[in-house]
Design a protein around this ligand. Structure first.
Ligand SMILES: [Zn+2]
Length: 298
């Protein structure tokens, strides 16, 4: 039913109009994995790992309609007060699954598309996998890039890397000391292994707060991304940048509706007309938090 509705919005040109309306806002997309598996694993019910053919189709659509820039280009423009071209978009990948190397990277490189990968740094501390030809293996959907692999990807293809903390623990459930350690050690590991001194941060499971944003800024991160829906205004706070989640369920129409900002507007409108919208304060915050965790792609 939802897919049918998205197709209607797409074919009627409403998504295209929404994209034009939002053309000055900067779209950040959040992917996780890209797989060559044809049938989704039972352990991946929400489609975190996008099938490689669907991913290639998504990239082709985005390349035609959007100006895909690197996160560094975005940050440079912000620092220089320079306006980015209309329809600017940044691609990011959370978790650092090994299928980024074996499946996503060749498709990105073939199209000259930049991207940033947020590593769970505690998972990168292992020996590189044995298959030196980098062909995809089913295990790649559950294993993680090692430091030497990330180094080669960075040096050879210009892919940028950031932190997804050391352990991927939900930060708001940790003590201040534990948060300091998660952000500090992860930053130091990126410096030691990839020579990245001021990395970007991706909050695990999209959990964010003013305290976490202050911590990220204080610990020397250049910016931090959430999984809040919607594109970012030109002067959006650098430590609460919103991203749009993309998964395996997103066919051409669904992708177009999400990236255009229309999906965000529909959700925002629904929040205001549904009975639940009467809940305010902490209740609303908890609801928002549970909706934005990085496993939900509604
Ligand atoms: Zn994650």
């Amino acid at each position: 039913m939802k897919k049918l509705f998205f197709r209607l919005l797409y074919w009627a040109g409403i998504a295209k109009f929404a994209a034009w309306y939002n053309r000055r806002r900067i779209v950040f997309l959040c992917y996780h994995g890209v797989t060559k598996r044809d049938r989704r694993r039972v352990t991946d019910p929400t489609g975190l790992h996008v099938n490689h053919r669907r991913f290639a189709d998504q990239l082709d659509y985005l390349s035609r309609r959007y100006n895909i820039i690197s996160l560094q280009d975005y940050l440079s423009a912000r620092a220089e007060g320079r306006q980015l071209p209309d329809y600017s978009l940044v691609l990011t990948f959370d978790d650092g699954f090994r299928n980024f190397r074996s499946v996503a990277l060749p498709l990105l490189v073939a199209r000259g598309i930049p991207a940033t990968v947020f590593l769970i740094t505690g998972n990168a501390d292992h020996k590189p996998e044995a298959n030196s030809d980098n062909s995809w293996r089913p295990e790649d959907d559950q294993s993680y890039l090692s430091w030497p692999e990330a180094r080669r990807i960075k040096d050879s293809y210009g892919i940028d890397f950031g932190s997804h903390t050391c352990s991927h623990s939900p930060l708001l459930s940790l003590s201040t000391e534990e948060i300091t350690r998660e952000l500090g050690e992860s930053r130091d590991e990126l410096s030691r292994n990839l020579s990245i001194e001021k990395p970007a941060l991706s909050y695990p499971k999209g959990e964010r707060s003013q305290m976490l944003a202050d911590q990220a800024r204080h610990q020397g991160y250049c910016c931090a991304v959430t999984t809040d829906r919607g594109a970012n205004e030109a002067d959006h706070d650098l430590y609460t940048l919103g991203r749009t989640l993309i998964g395996d369920d997103d066919d051409r129409a669904s992708l177009a509706v999400r990236v255009s900002g229309l999906r965000h507007w529909l959700a925002w409108s629904w929040d205001r007309i549904s009975p639940r919208s009467s809940k305010t304060g902490s209740q609303a915050k908890v609801r928002k938090m549970s909706r934005d965790v990085d496993f939900q792609l509604d």
